[in-house]
Write a new protein. Structure first.
Length: 285
């Protein structure tokens, strides 16, 4: 049972924290969140929660009026931003996940913090079960070379947890996760599947333009039209939403085996499905 030490008012500086709180039945504790949180959790779209800056640009004077007894932040964040909040005396839970195990640990930590440990274990179990289900279905399929990108200028490969999901979906992750690479290096590796999941871009990444400007038309992926955009919130938010990202990955890597799933098609766009180029701002996890 929740005690006097259990937080009752939480300010979320990243959507991953808000999604986790929703998954363990504690969304009612959220008193402030970012605009990205509201975009991911439908229940918040009609709420009147104050919208605050994320972990990178958080301001203590903006957070204090919401009277939180806990602030949850996640990487990437600036030390100066968190330092200013710490000076106010408000408790901060700062998360820095890299792997799926880290994400499970974060879910368990947040769930226990709000007195919902059992709901946290349930959320973790459901994620693991779905990942194992896709992994079993992909185990008999030929493993394809996959390049998955979280940012385009400079080119940065997706995070380590995405590498794990690519493997579960029947792919071989090319490059070093979370690190900068070059168009020339990716062309040399010749991916069979290319996936763009730019932070802040939703599903609006201009695939045709990118392939053309990076001289990638000769890659196996481009010749087979296996160049995709997956909505960034499905792969870049370290929370239970990653299950939907996994289904989209499986459909992109092995369309014959997985593309019939309605879940897989949500947030997935192929290179032949044109989308206008837009000015895109980074979104943090």
């Amino acid at each position: 049972m929740p005690g006097s030490h259990t937080p009752r008012r939480i300010a979320c500086l990243q959507p991953s924290a808000t999604v986790i709180l929703a998954s363990v039945g504690a969304l009612d504790l959220v008193v402030a969140c970012t605009k990205y949180c509201a975009a991911l959790v439908p229940e918040l779209k009609t709420s009147k929660h104050p919208v605050i800056a994320d972990s990178w640009s958080a301001q203590a004077e903006e957070i204090l009026p919401t009277r939180p007894d806990l602030v949850i932040a996640a990487v990437p964040y600036r030390q100066e931003a968190l330092g200013e909040i710490l000076k106010t005396g408000i408790r901060i839970l700062a998360l820095a996940p890299q792997t799926l195990d880290d994400i499970y640990a974060d879910i368990a930590t947040i769930a226990a913090c709000v007195g919902s440990a059992s709901r946290g274990e349930q959320a973790i179990s459901e994620m693991q079960s779905e990942i194992q289900k896709v992994q079993r279905a992909a185990s008999s399929l030929r493993r394809k070379r996959v390049f998955c990108e979280e940012w385009g200028k400079p080119i940065i490969a997706s995070q380590p947890w995405v590498k794990e999901l690519v493997h579960a979906a029947g792919g071989e992750f090319l490059g070093e996760p979370g690190k900068q690479t070059s168009a020339e290096e990716i062309a040399r590796l010749d991916p069979e599947v290319i996936i763009m999941a730019w932070c802040g871009a939703g599903n609006r990444v201009p695939l045709d333009k990118i392939v053309r400007e990076r001289a990638w038309p000769g890659t196996t992926a481009a010749r087979a039209s296996q160049v995709y955009c997956i909505s960034d919130e499905l792969l870049n938010t370290p929370a239970p939403t990653l299950v939907a990202g996994l289904h989209a990955l499986a459909a992109a890597i092995h369309p014959a085996a997985f593309s019939s799933s309605a879940v897989a098609q949500n947030g997935l766009r192929r290179i032949t499905e044109s989308s206008p180029a837009e000015t895109i701002s980074p979104r943090l996890v």
